[in-house]
Design a protein around this ligand. Structure first.
Ligand code: HEC
Length: 110
């Protein structure tokens, strides 16, 4: 009985822990393969796994690549999958409504 319980615990831990794809470093979550297939063609996945952004930030980045870097247009469903993945898995860390503290270069001179 005890053994079953610890097996269940291990299984649920495995399920909760963040899974990372070793080849790309991407978080394995819903839609990640679609993002991998479309977003690792011209540059490594690091271009977006090292950064975070709101849905609007991701839309802006994708529009910019479409307008200037030869990124193809997506059908609405693919675009939604990509944006859902990025805006959920690589969301800004500070989700508080309070703005982050100002850095010294933004403060008035002493
Ligand atoms: C057709 C080629 C191409 C594809 C496909 C592509 N990108 Fe890019 N992307 C670029 C180029 C070129 C740059 C600029 C690279 C540099 O600055 O060195 C770039 C830069 C970026 C940047 C950095 C933008 C910035 O503001 O500095 C992000 C984030 C990014 N890509 C994410 C993605 C995502 C997400 C996808 C999939 C939807 C994707 N890319 C697919 C060509 C592409």
């Amino acid at each position: 009985m005890k053994r079953v319980a610890s097996l269940l615990l291990l299984a649920s831990l495995g399920f909760c822990a963040e899974q990372i794809d070793p080849a790309t470093g991407m978080k394995i979550a819903e839609g990640w393969e679609t993002v991998r297939d479309n977003c690792t063609v011209c540059h490594s996945a690091k271009m977006y796994t090292m950064t975070t952004g709101t849905r609007q930030d991701w839309i802006t980045a994708i529009k910019w690549m479409q307008e200037t870097q030869g990124l193809w247009e997506f059908d609405p469903e693919t675009e939604k999958t990509i944006l859902d993945y990025l805006s959920k898995e690589y969301a800004p860390k500070n989700t508080s409504r309070r703005r982050p503290l100002l850095t010294s270069d933004l403060l008035p001179p002493k």
